[in-house]
Design a protein. Structure first.
Length: 312
């Protein structure tokens, strides 16, 4: 059976690779794509998305909508630059023009419109902040009924998150930190949430052996694309730093194509929307239910991503 999927991403290397992967899944009908300028700049991220659809979308027509949402806590500029590098890849620019359509409405309205016009329920894949979903729910509460579930890369229940910023205590994950109020608003809905939090993404850092595997198979165009993308970001070599790259969003997307790659359990949680812990997700009996992805079959995951990327 075909699964309707709507993707909202924020233009990072692993966001754009996630879009590429969704386009390779036989049982996924990608109904639309929203791009939010959180961990990216909007223009190159929207261009890169459309070029990926053109080059790797197997002739499918998918509309891309640019978001006009703004965050509370800005991402570091050097991370946001990555979308420029992907957009400029010769592999995506051979053709010299773009065919994939750009929507004439902002991403949160595009989400509403797409959910309403899609006959069956849709799985939402959010691999950046939840701002566009929070705005869509505020404007059109009826869409809750059209959402199968939300799969979100965000949050953590570990003591240490991945935010290292002044005036913050370090307990949050970045997608939650960018717009903590949006996360709170989505928590207040009754949407089913699968949470791909740092518990599981910490198990899939970018490492040199993975890069080497992709390099050695670069004859294949899809695997070359993975290699080119992951050449732009720092791998884990000696020890982890604030800029070490993980396959956060790619793991999230892979769970949509293959649930067997991870283990989940239900927990109850709240979100802090202000103060020194803003963006922190915390276990609490008074919280709402989320399905926490807490473990990954690492080798199977990398194997799945590599094979899905193979074009030949
Ligand atoms: O917190 C993880 C999220 C994911 O959606 N993003 C990157 C992924 O796209 C923010 C982020 C945290 N640490 C980063 C990030 C880093 N070292 N480089 C770039 N982005
Ligand atoms: Ca992201």
């Amino acid at each position: 059976m075909m699964k309707n999927v709507y993707l909202n991403h924020d233009g990072g290397v692993d966001d754009l690779v996630s879009l590429f992967l969704l386009l390779q899944m036989d049982d996924v009908e990608l109904t639309g794509v929203g791009v939010i300028p959180a961990d990216c700049y909007l223009e190159p991220a929207a261009y890169a998305s459309r070029k990926i659809i053109d080059r790797f979308g197997h002739g499918k027509s998918v509309e891309v909508a640019a978001s006009n949402s703004r965050g509370v806590n800005a991402f570091p500029k050097d991370w946001r630059m990555h979308a420029f590098y992907v957009d400029a890849l010769p592999l995506l620019n051979e053709k010299g023009n773009i065919d994939a359509p750009l929507a004439s409405i902002p991403a949160h309205e595009h989400l509403i419109q797409t959910l309403r016009k899609t006959e069956n329920p849709t799985t939402l894949v959010f691999i950046g902040p939840l701002t566009d979903l929070a705005r869509a729910l505020a404007e059109a509460p009826d869409i809750e009924g059209k959402i199968e579930k939300l799969v979100w890369m965000g949050g953590t229940f570990l003591e240490v998150g991945n935010v290292e910023e002044p005036e913050h205590d370090g307990t949050a994950e970045w997608n939650a930190f960018w717009d903590p109020e949006a996360a709170k608003r989505v928590w207040d809905s009754s949407i089913v949430i699968d949470l791909v939090a740092l518990e599981s993404t910490n198990m899939v850092p970018l490492t040199l052996d993975v890069r080497q595997k992709w390099a050695s198979q670069r004859e294949d165009l899809g695997i070359d694309f993975l290699g080119q993308c992951y050449a732009m970001v720092p791998p884990l070599v000696h020890n982890q730093t604030n800029s070490t790259y993980f396959l956060w969003d790619v793991l999230t997307t892979a769970t949509v194509g293959n649930e067997g790659l991870v283990k989940k359990r239900t927990v109850k949680s709240i979100v802090h929307d202000s103060g020194v812990s803003q963006g922190r997700t915390e276990l609490s009996e008074n919280g709402r239910k989320v399905n926490l992805v807490y473990e990954v079959y690492r080798d199977e995951f990398f194997e799945y991503v590599t094979e899905l990327s193979r074009q030949g």
